[in-house]
Ligand binder design. Structure first.
Ligand code: ZN
Length: 373
């Protein structure tokens, strides 16, 4: 989920990541000024303009974050792109809300972002006109590196308009999807909105080659944002719809509380397993990780598994979803969940195996869907 982006701090407790297309923005701005201004452009000013645009995008996303909190949603991360952002959620957004309430909430959530930009544009225009009346705010181009105050107003205006474009996952596209979802189910509504969005992105990219290169830039951003959102949706559907039974390891090694740590380490070396259930007779009495065994050996020397194993752990049953396993693992900061049936251990799910299976499942679902289309 984190592909093509790097960490860039936190906003209201939500991880912010910078999509790599953001690094194209200063180059693009510099080149635009260079070609429009007789091969004359300033690198520093274009970097400042890039920063200004990204701050406006971040403000837009803050609007979405705060609004989604009001609706009880938990944003997990925000990925900033040059002209928009994508907010990723921990919980499925399409949870069991009645359809009527769902589409109304989606429309309100979507409108908040562009409204933040409109409000910022108005506020900046009022302040700038009062402080420096000489700056002609209405003159074209509205965004240019040599006039940062005018760009502040212009960038926010453009961001509001661009994000209202009916290209999913831009806010306008989200509104369009919400409208579709009044008559068809949510996943078909999403697919329809994504196809419209891909068509718009394609037209923009091609049109930009023959006219204003900004159109190409917008096309690239819409296309990248749609890819990000599609991957997030796929990931979410795997989390919700795959049960532990489908991914748990059924062939695994166990330890006994009476094993020595050296024996345990020996076993770990031979079976490539990072986490072990500890079994006495037919009872599960604990869990222990290879790292814990190593740490104990280093600090206290050889001892018994019994003394260092973790005696408090979560268990799951076959039909629990992957999502619930993830939540249990992260709540306990643990890396293994035993799967039990009638108090008998039937499998284990480890963080290591979960990561592998998630990637494989997402791929196989994508392949199956492509075959179906
Ligand atoms: Zn938005």
């Amino acid at each position: 989920m984190r592909s093509w982006s790097i960490p860039a701090g936190r906003l209201f407790g939500v991880d912010v990541r910078l999509h790599l297309t953001c690094f194209l923005l200063p180059i693009f701005l510099y080149w635009t000024e260079y070609s429009a201004n007789n091969h004359n452009a300033s690198g520093a000013r274009n970097l400042a303009l890039t920063g200004l645009i990204l701050v406006c995008v971040a403000a837009h996303e803050c609007g979405h974050i705060l609004a989604s909190r009001r609706f009880g949603l938990v944003p997990k991360a925000v990925i900033l792109l040059p002209l928009t952002g994508v907010t990723l959620y921990d919980e499925p957004r399409a949870e069991k809300l009645p359809a009527g309430a769902w589409w109304r909430r989606e429309i309100r959530l979507a409108l908040v972002g562009p409204l933040v930009n409109l409000a910022l544009a108005c506020f900046a225009a009022v302040v700038i006109s009062a402080v420096a009346p000489g700056i002609e705010l209405g003159k074209l181009p509205l965004v240019l590196a040599r006039n940062l105050p005018r760009s502040l107003v212009g960038a926010n205006l453009y961001l509001a308009i661009l994000n209202l474009m009916p290209a999913y996952p831009m806010d306008g596209g989200r509104i369009l999807r919400a409208v579709f979802s009044r008559t068809i189910d949510q996943s078909s509504a999403t697919r329809r909105a994504v196809s419209i969005s891909n068509a718009i992105a394609m037209v923009l990219m091609i049109a930009g080659l023959f006219s204003n290169s900004w159109l190409t830039m917008v096309g690239v951003v819409v296309f990248s944002a749609a890819q990000l959102e599609e991957r997030a949706l796929l990931f979410q559907s795997v989390l919700d719809n795959v049960s532990l039974e489908e991914v748990m390891l059924t062939d695994f090694a166990t330890l006994s509380p009476a094993d020595t740590l050296e024996d345990a380490l020996d076993k770990a070396v031979h079976c490539l397993q990072d986490d072990f259930p500890v079994i006495r007779g037919s009872d599960m009495v604990g869990v222990i990780s290879k790292q814990r065994i190593l740490d104990a050996l280093r600090s206290e020397g050889n001892g018994y598994v019994q003394a260092v194993m973790n005696k408090i752990f979560e268990v799951s049953v076959r039909h629990d979803s992957l999502g619930s396993a993830f939540r249990k693992l992260s709540a306990r900061h643990s890396s293994i969940i035993p799967v039990v049936e009638d108090q008998r251990l039937v499998g284990i799910v480890t963080l290591q195996n979960l990561m592998h299976s998630m990637a494989l499942l997402a791929e196989s679902r994508k392949l199956r869907r492509e075959e179906a289309e």
